[in-house]
Design a protein around this ligand. Structure first.
Ligand SMILES: [Zn+2]
Length: 255
């Protein structure tokens, strides 16, 4: 899980960020650009920036039920990750939901799954993501430029495939962007650098079937744990793979 080894001096530390802050010889390593791309895509989806109350640097948390997906990110992040841990068991979530009147909990397609969390180390370069919260809630930044990796990780977090009921044999990609529902022009401009120009209504990005094909060509192969979201052959195959995914890549402690 992650790595406690300082990439500069090669020694292991329980608190690497503290080592970088205090050491005369080592300082915070640079976060590679591909990792920043991953962080951006994850922040568009299930990631959140955790600002320190003190003068400490921010860290990023990624919450997901998909343990395989988080473990893969953990490997990619190396020293930047502190690892993946169980955050809330499915029993805890059931208990919370029972006390909630929110309709969407009642319509869950699958039983509640355990929630995992990946936490990064605190790092001064993560300061650039704090501005996403300038308005008090998370908003995509003005200078955001989509790339295949960014779009792929956003899709893995917040997207899915839908098949229409009336004889539609080709799927369409939908991606939820609830926090951006009032920025229709901004979202349209965001996609100018990509091969698709999806429509955006009610906080939801909707691709045509043609665009869905171009979309998958653009973002490339699935990352571990996300395979079912890339199954476009048929609705039956998608549903089957999705169900298998829930068995293989998520856990529950409910009976
Ligand atoms: Zn060191």
């Amino acid at each position: 899980m992650g790595s406690d080894k300082c990439p500069s001096c090669g020694r292991e530390y329980d608190r690497l960020a503290q080592h970088w802050a205090m050491s005369a010889a080592c300082s915070y390593p640079t976060i590679p650009e591909p990792i920043h791309k991953m962080l951006t895509g994850l922040l568009m989806g299930d990631g959140t920036v955790q600002e320190a109350k003190s003068a400490a640097n921010p860290r990023i948390e990624i919450h997901n039920i998909n343990h395989s997906f988080l473990s893969w990110i953990d490997e990619q992040f190396e020293w930047l990750s502190t690892g993946v841990t169980l955050r809330r068991t499915s029993d805890d979530i059931y208990e919370t939901n029972r006390g909630s009147s929110l309709e969407r909990f009642a319509s869950c397609e699958y039983s509640v799954r355990d929630q995992y969390i990946l936490t990064t180390r605190r790092h001064p370069e993560l300061e650039r993501y704090v501005k996403w919260y300038d308005t008090g809630q998370k908003r995509f930044p003005r200078d955001l430029v989509l790339t295949p990796t960014i779009l792929k990780l956003w899709y893995v977090c917040d997207g899915h495939l839908i098949w229409g009921s009336g004889g539609h044999v080709r799927p369409q990609v939908w991606v939820s962007a609830e926090n951006e529902r009032d920025r229709i022009t901004y979202i349209r401009e965001l996609f100018e650098q990509t091969p698709i120009s999806p429509s955006f209504r009610d906080g939801r990005l909707m691709l045509t079937s043609d665009e869905t094909e171009w979309f998958f060509e653009y973002i490339g192969r699935p990352v571990p744990g996300s395979e079912y979201k890339f199954v476009t052959e048929s609705k039956e195959q998608y549903e089957k793979t999705k169900e298998a995914f829930y068995w293989r890549h998520t856990t529950t402690n409910s009976t």
